[in-house]
Design a protein around this ligand. Structure first.
Ligand code: NAD
Length: 361
C-alpha cells in the first residue's frame, strides 16, 4: 500500500541550500505557514537546528543526488512520490569579499554553482515531462495530478555592470541596466548566466520561475567569522570582540552599499513566489550608506567608540552599490519596513552573544 500520509496533503517545498543563512530562515518561515518542507545542503545550519520536516546532507553538484531529491518521497518504491509545489534554489558556492573578490576561488565558484543550477533545472524538466506523459496519468496507478512546480532562483546584485557602480554617490542598479554586461567578479558572471538559464527554461519548457537579485542580506544566524562573513556581520564581530585595538576596515570606508535585514528578504521572496511577476527583480534595501556609517551603527549598538585603520589593498568590490526598488514596489508593492540602524542593533545583539559563548568555550 502506498504511504500517502498527511504531509502530502499540505503544500510542499524543497529548499536547496537549507543549511545556509537565507535557506535556514526560509525553511522556518515556510514551516510557520504550514508547508511540508524538505531541506538539502552539504551541511546543516551552523547555529540552530533546521525546522525542516526532512533534511538531507547531499552534494547537489552530483546529478544523481539532484534526481533523487527533486520529488517527494524518497527511494522506497512504495513511497508515494510527486512533484513539489515549490522549489527554492539557494545553494551556491559563496561568501563575503574575502572569498569572492580575491580571484583565488573563481573556478570553484563558477563550476559548483553553475552545475547545481544546470542539474536542478534538467531534473525538474525531465520529471515534468515524465509525469505529463499520457500513459502516466492512469488513475488506476495513482491519484496524482501532475503540476508545474514553481522554482525560485537567488541571483545577486554582483551581476550588475562595474561601470555603473564607480561613483559611490550615484550607483545604478536598476534591473534594466544589466546589459551590456560587465560584472566585477566571476561570481557575478555565474549569477548572470544562471538567471538567464532559469528564464530560458521558462521560455522553452514553460517552467514557472521567479528570479530575484539579492543585495547584501544580513541578520542573526548568519556567518560571523571564518572568512566568508559579510560586512555587517564582520563589523558587529569586530566591535563585539574589541578590547581597545584599532578596528580594521577594508578599503577607505567611503565605498557605499545597502543592506537588507533577513526577515525583510524572506517576506519579499514569499511575495515574489505568490505573485505573477517572474523577475529578475532586486530584493534589497535602498537605504545607501558608506562602510564608515555601517561601522557607526555597529559601534552604537555595542556602545563603543573605536579608532579605525583602513586596509586599502584589501578586496572590496565595486565603489558604490544600492538597490533600486522602483520595480519591486510597482510589481509586488513591497519595500523594507525598518532601518539599517535597527537591523544592526538586532544583529549585534546576536553576534555579541555568539562572541561571549565562544569566549566561555
Ligand atoms: P550561504 O553560503 O549561507 O548558503 C548557501 C548554501 O549552499 C550553503 O549552506 C552551502 O553549503 C550550500 N551549498 C553550496 N554548494 C553546495 C552543494 N554542492 N550541494 C549542496 N549545498 C551546497 O549563502 P546565503 O547567504 O544563504 O545565500 C543564499 C543564496 O543567495 C546564494 O545563492 C547566494 O549566492 C545568494 N545571494 C546571497 C546574498 C547575501 O547577501 N546573503 C546576496 C546575493 C545573493
Amino acid at each position: 500500500m502506498v504511504d500517502k500520509s498527511l504531509k502530502y496533503m499540505k503544500k510542499t517545498a524543497l529548499v536547496l541550500g537549507a543549511g545556509g543563512f537565507i535557506g535556514n530562515h526560509l525553511v522556518s518561515r515556510l514551516k510557520s505557514e504550514g508547508y511540508w518542507v524538505r531541506g538539502v545542503d552539504l551541511k546543516r545550519p551552523n547555529y540552530n537546528s533546521s525546522a525542516a520536516d526532512e533534511f538531507f546532507l547531499y552534494d547537489l553538484t552530483d546529478k544523481h543526488n539532484v534526481e533523487r531529491i527533486i520529488k517527494t518521497g524518497f527511494d522506497h518504491p512504495l513511497q508515494y512520490q510527486e512533484q513539489f509545489d515549490e522549489i527554492y534554489q539557494l545553494a551556491a558556492d559563496m561568501g563575503g569579499a574575502g572569498y569572492i573578490f580575491t580571484g583565488e576561488n573563481d573556478a570553484n565558484i563558477m563550476q559548483n554553482s553553475a552545475i547545481i543550477n544546470l542539474h536542478v533545472l534538467d531534473a525538474v524538466n525531465k520529471l515534468n515531462q515524465f509525469v505529463h506523459a499520457p500513459w502516466y496519468n492512469d488513475s488506476r496507478l495513482h491519484s496524482y495530478t501532475p503540476k508545474n512546480t514553481k522554482i525560485f532562483y537567488s541571483s545577486s546584485a554582483c551581476m550588475y555592470p562595474e561601470h555603473n557602480q564607480l561613483d559611490p554617490d550615484n550607483p545604478n542598479c536598476e534591473e534594466s541596466s544589466a546589459y551590456p554586461a560587465n560584472p566585477d567578479s566571476e561570481y557575478g558572471w555565474e549569477k548572470l548566466f544562471s538567471e538567464r538559464l532559469f528564464l530560458a527554461y521558462n521560455k522553452n519548457y514553460n517552467i514557472p520561475v521567479r528570479v530575484a537579485r539579492f543585495h547584501n542580506i544580513y541578520g542573526p544566524l548568519g556567518t560571523w567569522d571564518g572568512g566568508r562573513e559579510k560586512a555587517p556581520a564582520a563589523m558587529c564581530r569586530k566591535v563585539a570582540q574589541n578590547s581597545g585595538e584599532p578596528l580594521e576596515i577594508w578599503g577607505d570606508g567611503s565605498q557605499t552599499r545597502s543592506f537588507l535585514y533577513i526577515d525583510e528578504c524572506i517576506e519579499a521572496i514569499r511575495r515574489l513566489m505568490e505573485g505573477e511577476f517572474l523577475g529578475p527583480v532586486n530584493i534589497g534595501s535602498d537605504e545607501m550608506v558608506t562602510i564608515n556609517q555601517l561601522v557607526d551603527y555597529a559601534e552604537k549598538a555595542g556602545n563603543k567608540k573605536l579608532e579605525r585603520t583602513y586596509k586599502l589593498d584589501a578586496p572590496q568590490g565595486v565603489r558604490g552599490r544600492n538597490s533600486d526598488n522602483t520595480l519591486i514596489k510597482e510589481k509586488l508593492g513591497w519595500a523594507p519596513s525598518f532601518s539599517l540602524e535597527e537591523g544592526i542593533k538586532r544583529t549585534y545583539k546576536w553576534i555579541s552573544s555568539q562572541v561571549n559563548q565562544t569566549r566561555l568555550v
